[in-house]
Ligand binder design. Structure first.
Ligand SMILES: Cc1ncc(C[n+]2csc(CCOP(=O)(O)OP(=O)(O)O)c2C)c(N)n1
Ligand code: SF4
Length: 274
C-alpha cells in the first residue's frame, strides 16, 4: 500500500485496476507519483494524458487533471493543453505502439518544437492490450502474434530518436531499476522543454510468455541481466549490444521552449496591434 502522500494521487474508486499480475506498468506509475510528490506538486497542478492501450488506462487511476485520449494522440492532446494552460505540469504517458507507431509523428514534432511536456513511454516491446502484435520497439527476432516466426525488422531506439529530434532531456531505464525510474522522471519534470523518459516495462502476458522468458520474476531477472549502463555500452560493439537494454541519460541540454516563444510572439503582436 503506498504512503498517504502518494494515496492522494490515486483514484481508488476505479480499483481493482486492469493490469495483469507481474505487469510493470504499476511499478512505473508508483515511481512517477513519488517523483511528482517529491517535487511538491498537488493534484491540481498536474495534467496526465494518455492514448489507448494498457498504458492508456493509467490516467484513470491518477487523481489529478487527466485525459484518456485516442490511440497515439497523448502528445497531441498534451500539446493543446500546454498551450491553453501553460502553468500546468503536463505528463504524457504512452505505450511503445502509442508513441512510436501510430503516434510517431506527434512524438518527433513535440521533440522538435521542444514543448514543455514530460513524455514517459512504457516500453513493453509489444502491443499489450490488443493481444501481443509487434510494435516498432519489438526486438529483432522476437516473437509476436503478427511475427510468429520472429520479427524480421530492426528495432527503433526511441532515445536516439528523441535526442536527434530535439528533446532536451532523454533517459532510459527499466522497472527493475525502480529508484532510477523515479530519479529520471523527477529530472524530466524539472526540465523546461520536451523531456523524454523510456521505462522498459515487462509484459509477462504477451511478450514474456510468447518469447519463453518466463513469469514476472524471471522477466525482472531478464531486465537486470540484459541492462547495460550507457558508459559501458559506449565501449561495446553493435554485436555485443544486440538485444541489450542500454540504460542511462542520453541528453541533458537547454534550448528555447515552445510555449515561452509562443507567449512572447503573442505579446509582441498584441503590443504592435495596440
Ligand atoms: C486508431 C486506433 N488504431 C488501433 C487501435 C487498437 N489498439 C488499441 S491499444 C493498441 C496498442 C496498444 O499497445 P501499446 O501502445 O504498445 O500499449 P500497451 O497496451 O502495450 O501498454 C491498439 C493497436 C485503436 N484503439 N485505435
Ligand atoms: S497485457 Fe501486458 S502490458 Fe497489458 S496489463 Fe497485461 S502484462 Fe501489462
Amino acid at each position: 500500500m503506498p504512503r498517504e502522500n502518494i494515496m492522494r494521487f490515486i483514484r481508488t474508486r476505479f480499483f481493482p485496476h486492469i493490469f495483469c499480475p507481474g505487469c510493470g506498468h504499476g511499478i512505473a506509475v508508483h515511481a512517477m507519483l513519488r517523483a511528482i510528490d517529491s517535487l511538491g506538486y498537488n493534484p491540481q497542478d498536474i495534467m496526465v494524458t494518455s492514448g489507448i492501450g494498457c498504458s492508456g488506462r493509467i490516467p484513470g487511476y491518477i487523481n489529478a487533471n487527466t485525459l484518456h485520449t485516442t490511440h497515439g494522440r497523448s502528445l497531441a492532446f498534451a500539446t493543446g493543453v500546454k498551450l491553453a494552460k501553460p502553468n500546468l505540469k503536463i505528463i504524457a504517458v504512452m505505450g511503445d505502439g502509442d508513441c512510436a507507431a501510430i503516434g510517431g509523428n506527434h512524438f518527433i514534432h513535440a521533440a522538435r518544437r521542444n514543448i514543455d511536456i514530460t513524455a514517459i513511454v512504457l516500453n513493453n516491446y509489444i502491443y499489450g492490450m490488443t493481444g501481443g502484435q509487434v510494435s516498432p520497439t519489438t526486438p529483432h527476432g522476437a516473437k509476436a502474434t503478427t511475427a510468429p516466426y520472429g520479427f524480421i525488422e530492426q528495432q527503433f531506439d526511441l532515445c536516439k530518436l528523441a535526442s536527434a529530434a530535439g528533446a532536451v532531456y532523454v533517459a532510459r531505464t527499466t522497472v527493475y531499476h525502480v529508484a532510477q525510474v523515479e530519479r529520471y522522471i523527477r529530472k524530466a519534470i524539472q526540465k523546461k522543454g520536451f523531456a523524454f523518459v523510456e521505462v522498459v516495462s515487462p509484459c509477462p502476458t504477451q511478450f514474456g510468455r510468447r518469447n519463453k522468458i518466463g513469469d514476472a520474476v524471471k522477466m525482472m531477472q531478464w531486465l537486470k541481466e540484459n541492462s547495460i549502463p550507457l558508459s559501458k555500452a559506449k565501449r561495446m560493439s553493435p554485436e555485443e549490444l544486440e538485444n541489450k537494454i542500454v540504460i542511462g541519460e542520453f541528453a541533458d541540454r537547454d534550448a528555447p521552449e515552445y510555449t515561452e516563444l509562443y507567449g512572447e510572439l503573442r505579446n509582441r503582436i498584441r503590443g504592435e496591434g495596440a
